[in-house]
Design a protein around this ligand. Structure first.
Ligand SMILES: C[S@@+](CC[C@H](N)C(=O)[O-])C[C@H]1O[C@@H](n2cnc3c(N)ncnc32)[C@H](O)[C@@H]1O
Length: 213
């Protein structure tokens, strides 16, 4: 189920900044040649990610779930000079394609692209992050949050994608993935270390700000 009316979404895209040629090409290639292209953030969500990143001007960004690199490139648009984006994906089959896209975006020196299981790799990261985008493996969302929260600077932002799960969060009998999302949303809502707002954009983005305690 699409949560946002198709025509409204199209109108919103028509009244949002252009995504640029490279991102359009990644979107087209992903739909033509890669499995599960619906996973790609797309024009509207990509512009939201870019806008948020520009507002924060992060020094360090962490992305969990690179896929074909679309959202990484959007998030990197807001990096401050000398900034770096770390992005993690378990799927090594996409590596060559994604590295080509990062080269084409002139991001190779700003992106650290790690192949492997996020739950294993996150504890090895020594950076502190201003912005984190959680977009992999819905069952692990709560775990990813626990692993990153101490690596996020006070005032830093965590974004988690797909928190409305095609509207299934309202199901009377939620399936396993939906239960994981419900558990994550409830966990964030109850966590006194953060404030949060659930944005009903595309499939739902939970925006979480770490408080200075
Ligand atoms: C929804 S896609 C990411 C989409 C991308 N952020 C975008 O908006 O264009 C989810 C990605 O998470 C990756 N993934 C799934 N489980 C993972 C894990 N345990 N560790 C790291 N990456 C994982 C998948 O391989 C997939 O590429």
């Amino acid at each position: 189920m699409e949560i946002i009316d198709k025509d409204i979404n199209q109108y919103a895209e028509q009244h949002s900044s252009d995504e640029g040629e490279l991102l359009k090409q990644i979107n087209r290639d992903t739909h033509a040649k890669v499995m599960k292209p619906r996973m790609l953030s797309g024009h509207l969500q990509g512009r939201v990610l870019s806008m948020i990143s520009h507002m924060i001007k992060p020094e360090r960004i962490l992305e969990i779930g690179t896929y074909t690199g679309y959202s990484a490139i959007c998030l990197a648009e807001g990096l401050r000079p000398g900034g770096k984006l770390v992005t993690i994906d378990v799927n090594e089959e996409l590596e060559d394609r994604v590295r080509k896209y990062f080269d084409a975006a002139h991001l190779s020196d700003k992106v650290e692209y790690l192949i492997g299981n996020a739950a294993t790799l996150i504890p090895t990261l020594s950076d502190e992050f201003d912005l984190v985008f959680i977009d992999a493996d819905k069952e692990q969302y709560s775990k990813y949050f626990d692993l990153v929260i101490d690596k996020v600077k006070a005032g830093g932002i965590i974004l988690a994608d797909n928190v409305l799960w095609s509207g299934k969060v309202l199901d009377a009998k939620p399936d396993k993935d939906t239960r994981a999302i419900l558990e994550f949303n409830n966990k964030i809502q109850a966590d006194t270390r953060v404030e949060n707002v659930l944005l009903p954009i595309r499939d739902g983005i939970m925006m979480i700000r770490k408080l200075s305690l």
